[in-house]
Ligand binder design. Sequence first.
Ligand SMILES: *Cc1c(COP(=O)(O)O)cnc(C)c1O
Length: 402
Amino acid sequence: MAGKYIEKHPDENGYFGEYGGAFLPPELVGHFKKISDLYEEISGSESFLAELRDIREHYQGRPTPVYFARNLSAKHAGANIYLKREDLNHTGAHKLNHCMGEALLAKHLGKKKLIAETGAGQHGVALATAAAYFNLECEIHMGEVDIEKEKPNVVRMEILGCKVVPVSHGLKTLKEAVDSAFEAYLKDPENSIYCIGSVVGPHPFPKMVRNFQSVVGAEAKEQFAAMTDGKLPDHVVACVGGGSNAMGIFSAFLDDKEVKLHAVEPLGTGTKLGEHAASLTFGKEGVLHGFKSTMLQTDDGEPAPVYSCASGLDYPSVGPEHAHLASKGRTIVGTASDKETIQAFFELSREEGIIPALESAHAVAYAAKIAPDHPGENILINLSGRGDKDIDFVVEKYGLPD
Ligand SMILES: *Cc1c(COP(=O)(O)O)cnc(C)c1O
């Protein structure tokens, strides 16, 4: 039955097995405890759930459909490929699922300002949207490299009334943006809240974000059963940056041992440190940004430089629950390279008329790789977002295929 694993993880200190926890500066311990206590108190209350349900149905456009990708399946003769269409969520990705939840919580906590980092800009846009909805201030920290690459999302955030703070140190991407946003939050934890963009960060964020995202899996399980005479999918595939869209869809299937769960990491341009962001594949245990997980690190234990063509995936660590599930063998960790991803990006566009986000295209690429080995089986992909934000970058860097 759904819920058994979920109810037991994490433990009351935020641990999934040996991963997770809350490694915080002393002045923040109280603030996080307050967030955690209030979350536990109100997340089960009927009024909170009713408000969230109402937002999802009337504002976000949920449920998003599950779609059988007939042409793509035929092309990779073997398995049947289904897509959970999170790209059709308002703002174009799954991130609004947790942003609306976090902002609703912020409102209940009496906070005035939402602070966060963003990589591809999707989390920033989703949070700026949630801030507008709830009439809260919003400040988003973003690496200068990503600002250049994801211009349309920067403009969207500004139109939505959000302050975008450029981050110019280090590699100027996601990791530095997290550092910068955390510093800003430290300056005023009383009136602001740091709205983490994935199932990462100190407890209770990995748990809260997973639970807010679990709507994806709950819907998909029911929709898939309705389309297939009550079946479960044989495989569920999702890309993993921090891991929120993957945990969202995996959460409904964790107790169904026969369902294989595939976590797909970005292999970028190669297997050497700095060429990829495959933290589960190549990482070692470590603490970064307030939680213990598997992370890519240099010989002296510093977070390693990471790279992926998908800005939303280039993070040197991964949600602690993913580290736990992979270490227990409950998830299968796979990869897709930039090259495979770009191919899948065009293939889904041309076969199905769906332009995927580059992040999501990693999951599509991986599914295409495993499909021939599983004839007659059903693969459900979480299509985490749409690719409008990536079109200029893809065409300029890789050109159009023949
Ligand atoms: C941010 C993003 C991701 C990666 O984040 P997760 O927390 O790993 O889900 C994946 N897909 C899209 C479309 C994104 O915007």
